[in-house]
Design a protein around this ligand. Sequence first.
Ligand code: HEM
Length: 162
Amino acid sequence: SAELNPAVLPLDWLLGTWESDEPGEGSFPSIAPFRYNETLHFSHVGQPVINFMFNAFHAESKKPLHRECGFIRLQPGTNRVAFIIAQNSGLVEIEEGELTGHQITLQSQAMARTSFAKEPHVREISRFFQLRPDGRLEQTVSMATENHPLTQHLHITYRRAS
Ligand code: HEM
């Protein structure tokens, strides 16, 4: 397998497969709270890019729910990080922010969706990832829709599966 491109070495702590250790918590003012499991895969093929896939399932019914995949890039010589994301809901987005040690903060910079995407439409997304000292990865996602200002939608922690 290819050697990790030095351009993405600061993201090497993400590489591999992560499984939610206990169900994540989903919420938003307009929906019933829910619990979900999620598997994350981060990989590379030697390019200055990390590839990712996130697959979420309902915690009780195990039905596949949300899925997203994309690419992560770093602006050379900076701590500027960009996520290029496609979601199964019909949304595509660019999120940018900062990598600081084992933490990534992101804000949506651009969004587009299919003409027939379900309403309410998302207006803004912010995310936070961190590798905690106990080895668990944590993700928090907030969103604003056309009906509600920026509010937390997701919080989950993962343990390394491989
Ligand atoms: C609902 C967006 C990730 C599960 C929603 C809604 C939006 C949304 C706009 C509708 C809110 C409303 O009706 O006011 C997003 C975005 C995500 C994301 C932008 C990623 C950045 C996830 C993930 C799960 C999930 C990972 C995990 C299973 C749900 C569920 C609902 C919901 C169960 C309520 C039922 C439904 O309307 O389908 N989400 N979501 N979402 N989301 Fe997410």
